[in-house]
Ligand binder design. Structure first.
Ligand code: GAR
Length: 197
């Protein structure tokens, strides 16, 4: 059984879907939920389910990202993860950290990559007049929101959409896509899946 660490910074709705998916004959189990933000709502939700949590605050390290990352590695050590899933983790990791987990770290991003890397993806899709938007799960490589695509889910952009309504429509698909991709990935299947929501 593969051991999965999930990194969050916020509410953790994707984290919940991932950890609830890892039951029964699933080839992986969650071993820890780690947050850089002590106020992340997801921490409580993980604890309610009896999942170990770790908080590694980034502020004390300031610009010393590698110090932050060494603290993360220290916090992870006892949980011995095989795979890391970034799920709304809002810190950029260095190439050193990413390369250490090469082929073992996934991320979900709220756009149809390679479009709209970075932040404010829904507002940018609306501003561009896109009629289709969505989310992507990809392997993490040192370049931000890059790396082999493992799955994408598309949603329509509807008349009258705001960034909020569009984000909510995309999130529904994130919750379907990420558990599906993780399960395939753990089974060794890295062929991308494409869903239409
Ligand atoms: C999700 O929409 C995820 O795709 C996005 O943050 C949200 C987290 O929600 N991730 C990023 O923007 C990564 N740069 P959640 O905490 O409810 O899963």
């Amino acid at each position: 059984t593969k051991r999965v660490a999930i990194f969050i910074s916020g509410g953790g709705s994707n984290m919940i879907r991932l950890l609830d998916s890892m039951t029964g004959d699933h080839p992986a189990r969650v071993c820890v939920v780690l947050s850089n933000n002590p106020k992340a709502g997801g921490l409580e939700r993980a604890e309610e389910r009896g999942v170990p949590t770790e908080i590694v605050r980034h502020q004390p390290f300031g610009a010393d990202t590698s110090g932050f990352e060494h603290a993360i590695l220290g916090a992870l050590a006892e949980h011995k993860p095989d795979i890391i899933c970034l799920a709304g983790f809002m810190r950029i990791l260095t190439a050193e950290f990413v390369n250490r987990w090469r082929g073992k770290m996934l991320n979900i991003h709220p756009s149809l990559l390679p479009k709209y890397k970075g932040l404010h993806t829904h507002a940018r899709a609306l501003a561009a007049g896109d009629t289709v938007h969505g989310c992507t799960v990809h392997e993490v490589t040192p370049a931000l929101d890059d790396g082999p695509i493992l799955g994408q889910a598309r949603v329509p952009v509807l008349a009258g959409d705001t960034a909020e309504t569009l984000a909510a429509r995309v999130l529904v698909q994130e919750h379907i896509l990420y558990p599906m991709v993780l399960r395939r990935f753990v089974g060794g299947d890295t062929a991308p899946v494409f869903l239409d929501g």
